[in-house]
Design a protein around this ligand. Sequence first.
Ligand code: ZN
Length: 356
Amino acid sequence: MAKQDVRGKAQTVLGLIAGSELGITLPHEHFFIDSRCYMVEPTNPEERKLAHQKITLENLWYARSHNLTSEDNLLLDDEDLAVREAMYFKEAGGRTIVDLTCINNGRNPARLVKVAKATGLNIIMGTCYYTARSYTPEMQMDSRTEEDIAEEFIRDITVGVGDTGIKAGIIGEIGISIPMREGERKVLRAAGIAQQETGAAINIHPGGCQDSPFECVKILEEVGADLSRVAFSHMGRTFPISARGARDRLAGKGCYLEFDAFGFDVTYPTQTAEMCPYDRPNDAIRITIIMELIEDGFLDRILVSQDVAWKVILRAYGGYSHILKNIIPQMQAKGMTEEQMNTVLVENPRRILTFV
Ligand SMILES: [Zn+2]
């Protein structure tokens, strides 16, 4: 596939489409994901029992407040459920969902094709590796070079995953920890190389501390990546709520800031030391932060999504349609204009998802 064939187009799991066909887009979600390697085993006997139960109405309270200590919550693997949940988004007017599940935490190209066919939505798949904690010995991350890894990303985008012919449309989400591990640095540099080769965008899950995105920017600059084709995920938890200047500085580098935790109003998701120390904003504060960015001149650098990755974020708690159903009215009430909302929901995703 020559670079000029993809230029100006987005690549879904069913093939290339014009950027204008993307419509309202969620740039960071997951239909199938296995995060069980992040499970934290509780020490208290009552919790230990709850931690391994399937989620039901009786124990939902537990899964909701112990996201990483509920095994069932950490697995999304039900095709029918994925289709049903995705349909709520479509019925609310949505057109495109980007599934950023990485190679090493449950990415499943064939199942994404099934969801795309069953829903009629545009589904875009990522290619990437999540944080070092999810590396397994078989992945041989110690011995692989950044060129090897870049080659894999390029192949996923230009040829397809394995022999499936199903192609990725974005490089991400790249998992970075605090501190950044050696393998993660290689993956990030590989992403920069693959970006230049393919014209695809990059999406990064930074470590949960405000220095992490800037450290990533430096590494991407070293390999000559195009920062205007880079989105940083999880911007709500990566900076203190008051860090307006630091967010502006990152946007000033040309990067997209993605607020992808809409609907995720939990009190203590930070059960491991490597996760972020800052208070998490709720939906209303997320909108306030977005409006600050707009005021500071960065309307064209904002993305919004819900990062559905755990069972407790499915429809009962917001799901894929939460932004369209519940957040747009709040944005309107807080004074965002139709034009600004259209830029954030349609124009910005189209710009970043179409190849250059
Ligand atoms: Zn994610």
